[in-house]
Design a protein around this ligand. Structure first.
Ligand SMILES: [Zn+2]
Length: 398
């Protein structure tokens, strides 16, 4: 209570007569309405006797459904990891200094799951253990070459016991950062075996999955995020590779940084003088700057990204079909140019890009995008890092 309320003189309160009667009068219609509503709802209850369900059967069905969730989630994650691995590995030399060492596999552990039913499902379907368990493996990666398999339980790394996933990751990271081989001891079907994994260099742009159903993907300059909606929308590995190639090109071409610089210039040249004249910051110059060249950046990402896609061994001739299907979802984008080119421009542009790549292939030329200057060709200059092994997990039950 506020102290001033105590100091308030009594006569300032409105006079009340027969408060009990007044309260009864106001609650009676309310009470009647509630009773009537309850009666009406009861009248709408189901009118037939449905069979009584056997709880054992319901539990067994819940188990089946949980396992289906794990299988479907793993299928999608596996595709994303596999295609990302190919794109990142085969374009390392075009990522300038922005390359990471990597072993090409991810881990999971039963401890990642709190829900008891879900833990059981992950155990049954993926062979997950309380220790670090091998989950996704990149094709031709050091982990693949060394013979690791999904469900392998990691017992030690470089001779040190790895009781938890955290410990296994720490020990693997030491070897990965140093770029030296790691000896991984695993247990598979009760048998122990040791595998030597030698890191390789891949583009230093990790790929993350966002659970949102939105039809989208984006690059933030350091990594790539693909939405679940997009992952389900693509019909082939080729299409997914083109999406990932496009996003990686935004990063290698430093589009985000250019947008930030343009926004700062807009702020300086438009917003500051306006602020001095009118005393208000409209942010108009900042917004205009951020969107400057935006459609051109998209066209550039399509062009460079298609090279990345081709270099990773994917078929680039049908990937533009994504833009036709996208127009079925968003017809206004067929001709509308916003911060992005129209979908029809993108379709035709990708066909021209594919023709250029085909010609280079036919002539035996290296598959490298044509850049305006040598600096852009060299790619981003960033410190060499070590790949942080991320663990895409089957969807958690809410
Ligand atoms: Zn884009």
């Amino acid at each position: 209570m506020h102290p001033s309320a105590l100091a308030r003189p009594r006569h300032s309160s409105p006079p009340r007569r027969f408060p009990a009667v007044a309260a009864r009068l106001s609650t009676t219609p309310l009470l009647a309405a509630v009773v009537l509503a309850a009666m009406a709802l009861a009248a709408c209850s189901p009118q037939v006797h449905t069979p009584t369900l056997n709880t054992g059967e319901v539990d067994a069905e819940a188990k089946i459904q949980r396992e289906l969730v794990v299988r479907r989630s793993t299928e999608l994650q596996e595709r994303l990891y596999r295609v990302s691995w190919n794109i990142r590995l085969n374009n390392a030399e075009l990522c300038g200094e922005r390359v990471f060492n990597a072993l090409g596999f991810t881990l999971l552990s039963l401890d990642d799951y709190k829900n008891k039913g879900q833990r059981k499902a992950v155990q049954n379907v993926l062979g997950a253990h309380a220790r670090a368990t091998v989950y996704l493996i990149g094709p031709g990666s050091p982990a693949d070459v060394a013979g690791l398999k999904r469900g392998d339980v990691i017992m030690s790394v470089d001779g040190e016991n790895t009781e938890t996933k955290k410990r296994a990751r720490e020990l693997l990271a030491v070897a990965v950062k140093a770029g030296r081989p790691a000896v991984v001891e695993v247990k598979r079907d009760g048998e122990l075996s040791a595998h030597t994994l030698t890191p390789v260099r891949i583009c230093g742009y990790p790929v993350h999955l966002d659970r949102s159903a939105e039809l989208n993907a984006f690059a933030d300059g350091d990594s790539i995020t693909v939405y679940m909606g997009m992952l389900k929308f693509v019909k082939s590995d080729d299409e997914l590779a083109a999406i990932l190639g496009h996003e990686m090109a935004h990063n290698t071409q430093k589009h985000r940084r250019s947008k930030t610089v343009n926004a700062a210039v807009g702020k300086l040249l438009i917003d500051l003088p306006t602020m001095l004249l009118l005393g208000v910051d409209t942010h108009l110059g900042e917004r205009m700057g951020a969107q400057m060249f935006s459609p051109q950046f998209e066209t550039e990402a399509d062009y460079v990204g298609l090279y990345y896609t081709a270099r990773a061994g994917y078929d680039i001739h049908n990937v533009a079909d994504v833009w036709r299907r996208m127009s079925v979802e968003y017809p206004q984008a067929i001709t509308l140019v916003t911060t992005h080119p129209s979908n029809s421009q993108r379709f035709v542009g990708l066909a021209a890009d594919a023709a250029e790549i085909d010609k280079k292939r036919a002539e035996g030329l290296p598959l490298v995008p044509e850049m305006k200057d040598a600096q852009a060709k060299a790619g981003a200059a960033a410190p060499k890092g070590a790949e942080a092994e991320d663990d895409p997990l089957p969807q958690a039950e809410k």
